[in-house]
Design a protein around this ligand. Structure first.
Ligand SMILES: NC(=O)c1ccc[n+]([C@@H]2O[C@H](COP(=O)([O-])OP(=O)(O)OC[C@H]3O[C@@H](n4cnc5c(N)ncnc54)[C@H](O)[C@@H]3O)[C@@H](O)[C@H]2O)c1
Length: 350
């Protein structure tokens, strides 16, 4: 059965797209695959070496071809775009193979486990001339779209700062599917810990909301609670070229029942607070406070639309139109460079 986590989004049948999925684990199964259907697209093929993952895909999508490796999917003309959702260290090989086969790729965040891998992926996409996008679903959250709109309309005057708290609990044995080991706690496969996993969302979101990237960054990490070799928390500070300050706390050591997903945008004449919008699902609450301290809910058009389904629809539009601005390998590479510099600048990481 296809899960009901993802509500349909408005789409045109002419934008229907045939997808392949590489890595049918948690995010592909619970979010991306249902989102493809909600966007009016088709899931044509799944590649995963795990028999259990392939069996789960077969049960949910009986029409999709199932493969233990990527090669048959690359040769399948019904597959026009490929979504890569393997552990981070395997993104590079999958994206390079897809690019060489001329397939468009939407690859999960972080772009890769290392900056060198991300550079190779961006180069492969450029060489092949394919559409490449890192799957920053939070760009497509309706609340975040409303905040971006409000900022560009001057609702809070000149934006001065963004403050983000984005945290969860990730113990050493964590796994959503109950399958396999916790690759997120392995530096070689994850490329880092809470900073590597959670901060890309915030860095990209700041870029999206402000319309300009962070240029300068510093971070301090911690290994405070969890018993593994990657950071379980980090504080980051950054500044955009235009001078907006960005502060972010990410963590794997915060119980999920506690308040842990908060986005504030401060401006010269007001503030916007978004609670529980950062994450995979629609919803959350957005409040605007004006210069006199009066607060009211910020209207969010299409508030219940799934960020994942909107992302899939946006990817299909970009592919059909040739527009390379809404998905950009060079922007995603810049985000990877920020992550690399954040780790490199922390003495605890040497
Ligand atoms: N955007 C988001 O909100 C979000 C949420 C969760 C995960 N992610 C990202 O998605 C990716 C996957 O995370 P997950 O939590 O779903 O992991 P997971 O461990 O649940 O699933 C990974 C899947 O990849 C498969 N796999 C392993 N090697 C493979 C290979 N060579 N070819 C094809 N498949 C292979 C595994 O068998 C497994 O089914 C990661 O990069 C993660 O950072 C993003």
């Amino acid at each position: 059965m296809v899960t009901a986590l993802v509500a349909p989004v408005a789409c045109s049948p002419s934008r229907s797209l045939g997808w392949g999925i590489v890595g049918y684990g948690w995010v592909a199964r619970d979010y991306a695959a249902p989102a493809m259907l909600a966007a009016g697209h088709a899931l044509r093929a799944v590649s995963d070496p795990s028999p259990a993952a392939r069996e789960a895909a077969r049960a949910a999508y009986p029409g999709a071809a199932l493969h233990g490796d990527l090669a048959p999917m690359l040769a399948d003309p019904a597959v026009q775009a490929i979504y890569v959702a393997t552990p981070n260290h395997l993104h590079r090989a999958a994206v390079e193979a897809c690019a060489a086969a001329g397939k468009a790729v939407l690859c999960e965040k972080p772009m890769a486990a290392t900056l060198a891998d991300a550079e190779a992926m961006a180069a492969a996409a450029r060489r092949a001339g394919i559409l490449y996008g890192t799957a920053f679903d939070q760009r497509h959250h309706p609340a975040h779209a409303a905040i971006r709109e409000a900022l560009s309309g001057g609702l809070i005057g000149t934006p001065t700062a963004i403050r983000i708290a984005y945290a969860c609990w990730l113990g050493p044995g964590w796994s959503v599917t109950g399958e396999g080991d916790n690759w997120r706690a392995d530096p070689a496969r994850a490329g880092g810990g809470a900073l590597m996993d959670l901060a890309p969302h915030g860095l990209d979101l700041a870029d999206y909301l402000l319309g300009e990237p962070i240029e300068t960054i510093a971070a301090l990490t911690q290994r405070r609670v969890q018993d593994y070799a990657v950071d379980d928390g980090a504080l980051l500070i950054g500044r955009t070229a235009g001078g907006v300050l960005v502060q972010m706390h990410v963590a794997y050591n915060c119980p999920d029942a506690l308040p842990r997903r908060r986005l504030e945008v401060l401006g010269s004449t007001g503030q916007i607070l978004a609670e529980n919008t950062m994450g995979q699902d629609a919803g959350g609450r957005v409040t605007h406070t004006d210069r006199l301290g009066r607060s009211a809910a910020l209207p969010v058009p299409d508030a219940e639309a799934s960020p994942f389904a909107r992302q899939m629809a946006a990817f299909a539009r970009a592919l059909a139109s040739g527009d390379r601005t809404s998905f950009s390998a060079s922007r995603d590479l810049h985000t990877m460079q920020l992550l690399h510099r954040a780790y490199a600048g922390d003495p605890a990481c040497h």
